[in-house]
Design a protein around this ligand. Structure first.
Ligand SMILES: CCCCCCCC/C=C\CCCCCCCC(=O)N[C@@H](COP(=O)(O)O)[C@H](O)/C=C/CCCCCCCCCCCCC
Length: 216
């Protein structure tokens, strides 16, 4: 039986390794590794239960759009996020003010994942400073309200808010990360966070310089 990549067992270490290989020495972000990082995260979410499947589906859909660009005839332009942005803007392949001809542009699709990466950064920051009594649903909701929620419709915010209450407690959450004791989880989080933050910031700066942070 064929098993989808997203259904394989998650280890946080793998995601760490993927984000490590995301940045070139010139701070370019390799799209292939960026997408692989998201695939790892979706695997993690799939371990948390079917209540998250509407989120997972959207993420998988966006990952697939980017993979299609990477594997398409213009794939050479999609090696890094920088080359993708330049190519799509120079070739006028991006809807800049309202949705129209290019609903699957790499720039708008990646922007959605990029905003979600900010949620992840904020959530992991909270996890890293959490204690045994901390509530994962509260941490997740706070991180969401400070980031992604601002870009979502009321109905999505409600659905996401409801799903967050189904998150397992901190101990189970750490188990699913599959890296060992809580101390080891903290150590891996300490390694992971700066990498994720750097990838986020490089992408944010690139989008800001090109004035494409609000693509429809
Ligand atoms: C290291 C381990 C700890 C944390 C692991 C977290 C794993 C999270 C994995 C995936 C996160 C999902 C990313 C979701 C991308 C959402 C993109 C988006 O904003 N899409 C909306 C806009 O798209 P367009 O309509 O403009 O094309 C779309 O409307 C969204 C639909 C689905 C709902 C999205 C809710 C996002 C909640 C993100 C938090 C996930 C919480 C997971 C629980 C751990």
């Amino acid at each position: 039986m064929a098993v989808a990549l997203e259904d394989l067992k998650f280890t946080l270490q793998e995601v760490l390794d993927t984000f490590k290989s995301c940045l070139s020495e010139h701070k370019e972000v390799f799209l292939e590794h960026y997408v692989a990082g998201w695939r790892g995260l979706v695997r993690f979410m799939n371990c948390l239960g079917s209540v998250f499947s509407f989120i997972s589906k959207d993420a998988v859909n966006k990952i697939q759009i980017l993979v299609n660009h990477l594997n398409g005839e213009n794939g050479a332009h999609y090696v890094t996020i920088q080359s993708m942005v330049k190519y799509e803007l120079d070739s006028q392949l991006v809807d800049l003010t309202k949705r129209g001809s290019f609903p699957e542009s790499g720039c708008r699709t990646l922007l959605r994942l990029h905003r979600a990466l900010r949620w992840l950064e904020l959530f992991l920051e909270r996890l890293q400073t959490s204690t045994e009594d901390s509530n994962t649903s509260v941490m997740c909701t706070e991180a969401y309200n400070e980031s992604l929620a601002q870009h979502h419709t009321w109905i999505i915010r409600k659905a996401a808010g409801t799903a967050f209450w189904a998150l397992p407690g901190r101990a189970t959450f750490f188990d699913v990360m599959n890296v060992g004791s809580p101390e080891q989880v903290m150590a891996v989080l300490g390694d992971t966070l700066p990498l994720i933050s750097e990838v986020y910031q490089v992408t944010e700066d690139l989008y800001a310089q090109n004035n494409i942070l609000e693509l429809p």
